[in-house]
Unconditional design. Structure first.
Ligand SMILES: [Zn+2]
Length: 462
């Protein structure tokens, strides 16, 4: 990689990866503190050493450091930038990126199942090379919208880990141990995936849904998790009424009762969708601090139902809710801020709407805790990993705002509904500069994506 040259970047080394970066004189930065209070700080500088935020200080105290670091990022140029933590996407299926345009959702007479029929056919025909290029397309799109950590729920670790390294994105790679589409998904394949190490990689496992698994299989998963105390487990759960009814029919238990019986309720469990739970089930989830992923666009598009945000907050689980994109067949634009906006709209007429600050926590610190990285990412604090997003202040999503009430910046940003970040830093490295990816040639990537997509369509004759 060559030096990134833009007028905010002042290089003081010949190294391509700087050992130290001073992000100097920031107009505003927005972050949760360690007590999860949201702060809006003005005129500060951030010192990054290696992959870590080392020090945060008023810009006037950073004068000496300007000559000592490898790279100065001058955040005051023109009207300056707003810095936020990189966002954390708690639910995605990156290798499905090639399936954009394969649903029949444009046909308003098609049922959800009919709409997804072709997508599933195409998905089953994908080879490893398709899955790698798809995941790379997915990760790089997410990075452009400010996401720096992704939880991938899928069954092809060979694809997701390779693509994440190429894009340089933090990956929680949750590998299927029971999948609808892949009969080879089991504990043995998941165990093998645990041997892959990378500084940006952590591991997890998934069960696609509880509809088809037996109690015995859940108990095997519970034992596996007991042997691997760092792993998270994620499940699509409570997404549709039909799924809940199928679980009751099979087990004579509601979904959360079944998970309780299998001793799987814990802070390491992450349930995606969580639309159709009773108040008693939500209280049980709160007791065990289970992580919840809210996917409002996916729920609307697939007519799944309405997430009961207020019930989770009343139960005390408000700080365990994250947002997710799902795949391109459930949302299309892989931008988390538009999910925050969708949440705002979905809950505004209920007794307990979501505030802008709560939505910001769902994008950052709360989501980081849910995916098991709460002490490492999701906040701009000394000791945290340097995963940062840089947004031009003089831009439509912020202007006009009230400088005496900087929280208006956040309200504007979320209601604007999602935009590309100007610069993005992951683990101390700038992966995006001036909205361009520094490690992946986007033009070549799009050409390859189209080639793979067309070849797939031919292979399955759709
Ligand atoms: Zn999903």
């Amino acid at each position: 990689m060559k030096h990134v040259h833009a007028d905010r970047y002042i290089w003081q080394t010949s190294r391509t990866v700087p050992r130290s970066v001073l992000i100097d004189n920031i107009a505003f930065y927005i972050t949760a503190d360690k007590h999860n209070q949201v702060h809006y700080k003005k005129g500060q500088s951030i010192l990054v050493e290696g992959d870590t935020i080392r020090k945060i200080m008023p810009a006037r105290q950073a004068v000496k450091l300007r000559r000592q670091v490898d790279l100065v990022y001058d955040a005051s140029v023109r009207s300056g930038v707003v810095v936020m933590p990189g966002f954390v996407n708690a639910h995605a299926h990156p290798p499905m990126y090639l399936l954009r345009s394969t649903t029949l959702l444009h046909n308003h007479q098609a049922t959800t199942e009919e709409a997804l029929h072709i997508s599933r056919k195409v998905e089953r025909a994908m080879h490893l090379s398709d899955q790698i290029i798809a995941a790379l397309g997915d990760f790089t799109e997410q990075q452009k919208f400010g996401t720096t950590t992704v939880l991938s729920h899928y069954h092809t670790p060979a694809a997701t880990t390779v693509a994440a390294q190429q894009a340089y994105i933090r990956l929680v790679d949750a590998i299927s141990v029971a999948s609808k589409t892949d009969p080879s998904a089991n504990i043995a394949t998941a165990t093998k995936a645990l041997r892959t190490h990378h500084p940006l990689l952590t591991h997890g496992i998934t069960i696609h849904t509880l509809e088809r698994v037996t109690l015995r299989e859940l108990q095997v998963v519970q034992k596996f998790l007991a042997r691997h105390p760092k792993l998270i487990l994620t499940i699509h759960c409570g997404e549709t009424l039909a799924e809940v009814e199928a679980i009751i029919h099979k087990h004579q238990l509601r979904p959360i009762e079944l998970l309780a019986k299998a001793k799987l309720l814990s802070p390491r469990l992450i349930l995606s969708h969580a639309v159709h739970f009773t108040t008693d089930e939500i209280q049980l989830l709160a007791k065990y601090k289970v992580g919840i992923v809210h996917l409002p666009t996916s729920n609307r598009l697939h007519k799944s139902g309405q997430f009961q945000y207020g019930n989770y907050v009343v139960a005390g689980l408000g700080n365990r809710i994250a947002l997710g994109t799902d795949s391109v067949i459930s949302k299309s634009k892989l931008d988390l801020v538009s999910e925050a906006f969708q949440s705002k709209l979905m809950h505004q007429d209920t007794q307990r709407p979501a505030s802008f600050e709560e939505l910001f926590l769902m994008l950052t610190s709360n989501a980081a805790h849910v995916v098991g990285l709460g002490k490492q990412v999701g906040r701009i604090l000394p000791g945290y990993k340097a995963d940062l997003t840089f947004w031009k202040l003089k831009d439509r999503m912020f202007m006009p705002f009230d400088p005496t009430q900087p929280e208006t910046l956040l309200g504007n940003f979320i209601t604007h509904g999602g935009y590309t970040a100007r610069d993005v830093m992951v683990n101390g490295r700038f992966v995006i500069t001036g909205r361009r990816h520094n490690l992946v040639n986007e033009s070549e990537l799009l050409t390859k994506l189209e080639q793979h997509h067309q070849a797939l369509r031919k292979r399955v004759k759709v």
